[in-house]
Design a protein around this ligand. Structure first.
Ligand code: BGN
Length: 291
């Protein structure tokens, strides 16, 4: 019984649950925007990560076993910053967790919803997770009290991001029903919504579709307190190789009719189970990478 950190702990069965409120939290985190990794590279947390990007506290039993799922393409610098940042904070939050990075084989157009579904299915196959977090690659949480746990309803962990800053709010949202960036759902919540739609290729719409799915499944997104769910978006150029999907408006309009026939349960029309071919899997230092 080798636990995280490489130490053998034969008394795991006797461990107490971790406290409801993790004792080591700091609150608002300062991130050096000119040198993102500076604040975490000196931290012991990176040494405690087990290859494949996982961790489990060795002095208590975590209250949540969280799978972080990052739909990904072509943002290696962001991934490096985000994963270090997460290891640093999620360990302070005393979570058991693992980071999965799901990448689509080119030349297919990016499909964030499909990757989220596959990440969810893959994580379920891999471990016994109590919470699934679909995470943008460029979103850095700025308050470690934003616990990466699930709730009795699906959770939108973002109350504001620098990506949507306005003249009077450093951390904004583009519109009230925006539920994207970082979301946390249990297996049953994600399944009840039938996951994401698989048919949005290119940029935009898949997240609004998912918001509608959650609502139609009689659930409601909840957010943390305003000053807790704040995020720094790593600045980047518009991604010219992931163009806006011009069909997204029409697809979104017809979203209700597709909810039960395509999603995490099936690819389309229930004719086939969602299928994907795994080209590669690598247990990298800070995350598990699946192509
Ligand atoms: C919305 C996009 C979202 C995106 C947000 C924030 C659409 C659907 C057509 C109405 N939605 O406009 O996908 O996350 O902007 O950038 O394009």
């Amino acid at each position: 019984d080798l636990v995280a950190g490489g130490k053998t702990n034969r008394n795991r069965a006797n461990l107490k649950p971790c406290p409801e409120t993790p004792p080591g939290l700091i609150g608002k985190i300062t991130i050096n925007a000119r040198n993102f990794t500076e604040s975490v590279t000196n931290d012991d947390s990176l040494r405690r990560v087990v290859y494949g990007g996982r961790y489990s506290p060795d002095d208590c039993v975590a209250r949540e076993r969280t799978a972080i799922i990052i739909p990904y393409r072509d943002r290696e610098d962001h991934l490096d910053i985000l994963t270090r940042h997460l290891h640093n904070i999620l360990q302070r939050q005393q979570l058991e967790y693992r980071i999965f990075v799901i990448e689509m084989a080119l030349p297919t157009q990016f499909n964030r919803g499909l990757l989220a579904n596959i990440g969810f299915l893959f994580a379920k196959e891999t471990g016994d997770f109590s919470c699934f977090i679909i995470h943008d690659v460029d979103a850095l949480m700025m308050n470690d009290k934003n616990l990466y746990r699930c709730g009795s309803q699906p959770r939108h962990l973002v109350t504001g991001s620098t990506k949507f800053r306005t003249w009077n709010d450093e951390y904004g949202l583009p519109y009230g029903s925006y539920m994207s960036g970082v979301i946390a759902l249990t297996d049953s919540q994600f399944t009840q919504a039938n996951g994401f739609s698989n048919v949005y290729f290119g940029w935009g719409g898949e997240d609004d579709d998912f918001t509608n799915r959650v609502q139609r499944a009689n659930m409601k997104f909840e957010r943390p307190e305003k000053d807790i769910g704040i995020y720094l978006a790593i600045p980047h150029e518009t991604d010219s190789t992931n163009p806006k999907n011009p069909a997204r408006f029409g697809i979104l309009d017809a979203s209700a009719a597709r909810q039960t026939i395509e999603g995490v349960n099936s690819f389309y029309n229930n004719r086939q189970k969602i299928k994907y071919k795994r080209y590669a899997i690598e247990y990298r230092r800070y995350y598990t990478w699946i192509l």
